[in-house]
Design a protein around this ligand. Structure first.
Ligand SMILES: [Mn+2]
Length: 355
């Protein structure tokens, strides 16, 4: 595996490349062109400038998170091909710059959903949290305000104001899209992009839906083992793979994370590893990465990745906000650095125990 950290670009991130470079074992970043709009083709000069900036700081781009998918593609509207053509152009340009892993998601309207961005824990740290009861008491249009009002002035990934201004319209556009239709639209998209992925050896890594169940009645398909195996089989190409995100699949306690990892051998192209602490099956918060601070056995998760020969980029995921840091919720430097060090330690121990 290759340890990385997510970086949103110098215009948007409070964490610098120089800081990331000093985290032991981190040689690469996962980044994106944060100012692009879903559906547009990325400009060659912008990709080159991003790459040059990262490399000037002694790091490499280990992959892109994310190239977002235009709603027309997810809904399957008649003009979707235009947006898929643009997506293919972006992949081509990334491939030509040597970028081999692209993360994306296929969630309607909302990206990940949390009901609190700064829930206070007993030790004074704050974390992102989710409570189904809070969701049930909320109308979708209010969701954006609650996310935006709590984000320390940052635009949260997947919660861009331009899209969220049209939440009501988006809900209307998705009204005939059920799980089957969403699967069919995903298949259509994947079949069209696989040739360019084959040509440039680009691994597509779909991020799971978070939480792993329907929110506000919207369809959700990338939620469990059965569905991801279905997705692998419906476009059976090694470049059609997944981002294994323990914190997203883990929202559903029925998902056996190490078992899911083992069933995806050869198709996990990117890993997000973090822990959750459950207060009830429908109320959880993002804990420190350490096993004993949350609900998951992080050793078993890393061991499963080791056992399937995982060699792609991995990153610590959302961290707690600690030590007075002010940053994008989930994306401060300190707790993610602790997470990276811990995951590196687990990996070294697993590696040596297996020699
Ligand atoms: Mn994730």
């Amino acid at each position: 595996m290759q340890m990385t950290m997510r970086w949103f670009g110098s215009k948007h991130d409070s964490v610098t490349l120089d800081q990331i470079r000093q985290v032991p074992g981190v040689k690469g970043v996962i980044t994106t062109l944060y100012d692009t709009v879903p559906g547009d083709a990325w400009e060659v000069e912008d990709i080159r400038a991003l790459k040059a900036e990262v490399e000037a700081h002694g790091l490499t781009i280990a992959g892109i998170e994310s190239v977002n998918i235009h709603d027309a593609i997810k809904i399957g509207t008649p003009d979707r091909d235009k947006y898929i053509d643009n997506y293919i152009t972006t992949l081509e340009r990334l491939g030509q710059e040597g970028i081999r892993m692209v993360c994306y998601n296929f969630m309607p309207v909302f990206d990940w959903t949390r009901t609190e961005l700064a829930r206070k824990r007993p030790d004074g740290s704050t974390v992102l949290a989710y409570s189904q009861a809070a969701i049930d008491a909320l109308v979708p249009e209010k969701m954006f305000d609650s996310i935006a009002g709590d984000s320390n002035g940052h635009v949260m990934p997947g919660w861009e104001p331009e899209r969220m201004a049209h939440v009501k319209e988006l809900f209307e556009m998705y009204k005939d899209v059920d799980n089957e239709k969403l699967f069919a639209n995903l298949k259509y998209f994947l079949e069209r992009i696989m040739p360019v992925c084959d040509k440039y050896d680009i691994n597509m890594a779909i991020h799971p839906d978070d939480p792993a169940w329907s929110v506000f009645g919207l369809p959700r398909i990338i939620i469990n083992k059965e569905n991801i195996l279905r997705m692998m089989k419906m476009v059976d190409n090694p470049h059609n793979g997944v981002t294994f995100c323990s914190g997203s699949y883990g929202t559903n306690l029925e998902n056996d994370l190490p078992d899911m990892i083992r069933s995806l051998k050869g198709r996990i192209h990117f890993a997000h590893v973090r822990n959750l602490k459950f207060n009830s099956p429908t109320d959880f918060e993002e804990s420190a990465h350490l096993s004993s601070d949350g609900t998951f056995d992080m050793y078993e998760i890393m061991k499963a990745l080791y056992d399937i020969g995982f060699d792609g980029p991995i990153r610590p995921d959302h961290g707690r906000m600690i030590w007075g840091e002010v940053a994008m919720p989930g994306y401060g430097l300190y707790d993610r650095a602790l997470g990276a060090a811990y995951l590196n330690g687990l990996w070294e121990a697993i590696e040596k125990a297996n020699k």
